[in-house]
Design a protein around this ligand. Structure first.
Ligand code: ADP
Ligand code: MG
Length: 636
């Protein structure tokens, strides 16, 4: 007797979506089932390296398509790894795959928005459940390699499935689809051939079509049956690359770019890397899997082989097939293998080349790539990748010119006569940075400023002291040079020295008073050259950290650098002149202290930082306004 089981709620939801939304894209069912069969063959081939008894050598690995027009069924069979009873339940009765969960979410959004969702749908892959696009009921008979018992899983795709023991003469899986009345076209051999050519020709396993000719079954291999990456690039169509990418990555969108390479010499290997369009949901989660799939002499060895790609390229998908590694290669062996180091270098090289050609060929597509993955690529700078020079050329930033994003090379080509540095401002948004007091004198000279708004930027830029011989300089750095040359900066200093000494004394009074009021908050107070309209600003001591980064670290409790910042005053500003007068007139201690504190808080607000004590700030401001209003009235 068969046991009945209910589907997990999410499975029912997927089935409902599949049947209601994908029905015009029923073709995809074959791609999904053949792709699963191929994975099952790969897994068996790999496990049988360790346990040869899992596989009988006279039974070549293959996938068979068996249409039976009399019964109205199509069977997709493989002699791969198979599934145990528990695995049938797990894999076909619940949603184990995060990609499918994501799909459900996307579909719900698309339906809610009534958007061009239906157009998108054709691109989604929903795995095994796509069987129900063409079948009224589905029967799966499977036997795990190495086991002697088989099980049958049956479902009509409504709300549950049944399980019972079954008979089968070999390990592997047979999926029999009882075709819907209006889907019988898929039983026609020419239709199956066309679909295999369209969707599954990248596979390295033979796909046999078993056709009834004059009552006797005739089988014929209908695909190329050679691993796609082993073919010559000139023999592979874009469509085949696309289908292979989807198979490899479980992505439903096509890749932005790919690079196919073969290395022949003292070492031999083939590789194929892809640049996805879409970020995986766990891109910034410390544990996110990365690396490319490793094959040895065509045999699948492992997914996500970390040794073949650095973390800063964790968005790259691909496959490598080595002729030199042993088939039973272990993780430990990979870690200090010279062969692996050589391969890794090439995978990195071709991954970067892929981005370089995308940047060159299609600026819009590159911008999309950059928005999605730029922050990850920048980690390569922070971790001192050997390829830092190539990464630097791939960087893009918004700038004070406000016209899209720019490369460093383009920035340099626009540098003004006499401008020696590449200026950048780091903060939380371009809007906030555009109004930053730190930019005033720079903007006056019409110099462009890069806006670095990614939290990783201040760390990455520390490893990028210069580009094309031009130093990268933060507009917040303490020794900001603005002059057309160092000599000019010195001239500025000399001019200051010539100013009459009375005024110097007055400045001194102001500086030392501000310093004593704010001694808890700032390390130094000095006269600024970078300000025009604003009365004061805070700058970074050497090696200091931008305030928004400091906040971020504090929020994540990653420990705080203790460095206080430097306060710069605009001595030409009216408010500074008034303060000086108040000090000379020896006005009330409290008023001056309060004014200085309010000005300090105002500098924080202007740079986009929160004030330390908002209640106190509001009270002090209210008092000041009250005083000013009173004075204005008294003056009338
Ligand atoms: P995915 O292939 O993305 O994991 P599917 O819905 O296509 O998702 O398949 C779910 C799981 O069912 C697979 O991961 C695999 O473990 C199992 N499975 C499906 N078809 C087969 C098969 N022919 N042989 C062995 N296992 C299979
Ligand atoms: Mg699948």
């Amino acid at each position: 007797m068969a046991d009945s089981h209910k589907f997990e709620a999410e499975v029912s939801e997927v089935l409902r979506l599949v049947v209601n939304s994908l029905y015009t894209h029923a073709d995809v069912f074959l791609r999904e089932l053949v792709s699963n069969a191929s994975d099952a063959l790969d897994k068996l081939r790999f496990e049988s390296i360790e346990t040869p008894s899992l596989r009988s050598s006279d039974d070549p690995l293959k996938i068979r398509l068996i249409p039976d027009p009399d019964k109205g069924t199509l069977t997709i069979s493989d002699n791969g790894i198979g599934m145990s009873e528990e695995e049938l339940r797990q894999h076909l009765g619940t949603i184990a795959r995060s990609g499918t969960k994501e799909f459900v979410q996307k579909m719900q959004e698309a339906q809610k928005a009534q958007a061009e969702g239906v157009q998108l749908i054709g691109q989604f892959g929903v795995g095994f459940y796509s069987s129900f696009l063409v079948a009224d009921s589905v029967e799966v008979v499977s036997r795990r390699a190495g086991s002697s018992v088989s099980y049958r899983w049956c479902s009509d795709g409504q709300d549950g499935y049944t399980m019972e023991s079954a008979e089968s003469d070999q390990s592997g899986t047979q999926i029999t689809l009882h075709m819907k009345e209006d889907k019988k076209e898929y039983l026609e051999p020419h239709r199956l051939r066309a679909l295999v050519t369209k969707f599954s020709d990248y596979l390295g396993h033979p796909i046999e079509l078993v056709d009834q000719k004059d009552g006797a079954p005739v089988s014929e291999v209908i695909n190329q049956g050679s691993a796609l990456w082993q073919r010559s690039p000139s023999e592979v169509t874009d469509e085949q690359y696309e289908e292979f990418y989807k198979h490899l990555s479980h992505d439903w969108e096509s890749a932005l770019q790919h690079k196919h390479f073969k290395v022949e010499g003292t070492q031999m290997f083939a590789g194929l890397v892809f640049l996805p369009k879409r970020a995986p949901f766990d891109l910034f989660n410390g544990e996110s899997k990365h690396g490319v799939r490793l094959h040895v002499k065509r045999v699948f060895v492992m997914d996500n082989c970390e040794e073949l790609l650095p973390r800063w390229l964790r968005f790259v998908r691909g496959v490598v097939d080595s002729e030199d590694l042993p088939l039973n290669v272990s993780r430990e062996m990979l870690q200090d293998s010279r062969i692996v180091k050589t391969i890794r270098k090439q995978v990195v090289n071709h991954s970067l080349a892929m981005m370089e050609s995308l940047a060159e060929e299609d600026a819009t597509a590159y911008k999309g790539f950059w928005t999605t993955f730029g922050a990850v690529l920048k980690e390569g700078l922070h971790f001192k990748a050997e390829e830092a020079d190539r990464i630097a050329k791939l960087l893009r930033y918004e700038t004070s010119d406000g016209d899209g994003i720019t490369s460093l090379a383009d920035y340099v080509s626009r540098m003004k006569e006499g401008q020696n540095c590449i200026y950048y401002a780091a903060g939380t948004s371009a809007e906030q940075l555009a109004n930053s007091p730190h930019l005033e004198a720079i903007r006056e000279r019409d110099y462009e400023v890069l806006f670095m708004t990614d939290p990783v930027d201040p760390f990455a830029v520390q490893s990028l002291p210069e580009f094309d011989g031009k130093p990268l300089v933060s507009v917040m750095s303490e020794d900001l040079k603005l002059g057309d040359s160092d000599a000019d900066d010195k001239k500025d200093d000399e001019k200051d020295d010539e100013k009459d000494s009375d005024k110097d004394d007055e400045s001194e009074i102001l500086l030392s008073r501000v310093k004593s009021v704010l001694s808890e908050k700032v390390s130094e107070v000095r006269v600024s050259k970078r300000l025009r309209k604003s009365p004061l600003c805070l700058v970074l001591p050497e090696g200091g950290m931008e305030p928004h980064i400091e906040r971020l670290l504090r929020e994540q409790q990653l420990g705080l650098p203790a460095a206080k910042r430097i306060l710069e005053l605009n001595s030409d500003h009216a408010v500074m002149k008034s303060l000086r007068k108040l000090l000379i007139a020896d006005s009330s201690e409290d008023t001056v202290t309060s004014l200085i504190e309010v000005l300090y808080d105002q500098a924080l607000i202007a740079e986009g930082s929160p004030v330390d004590d908002p209640t106190k700030f509001a009270q002090q401001l209210t008092d000041l306004v009250t005083g000013a209003a009173g004075a204005a009235l008294a003056g009338d």
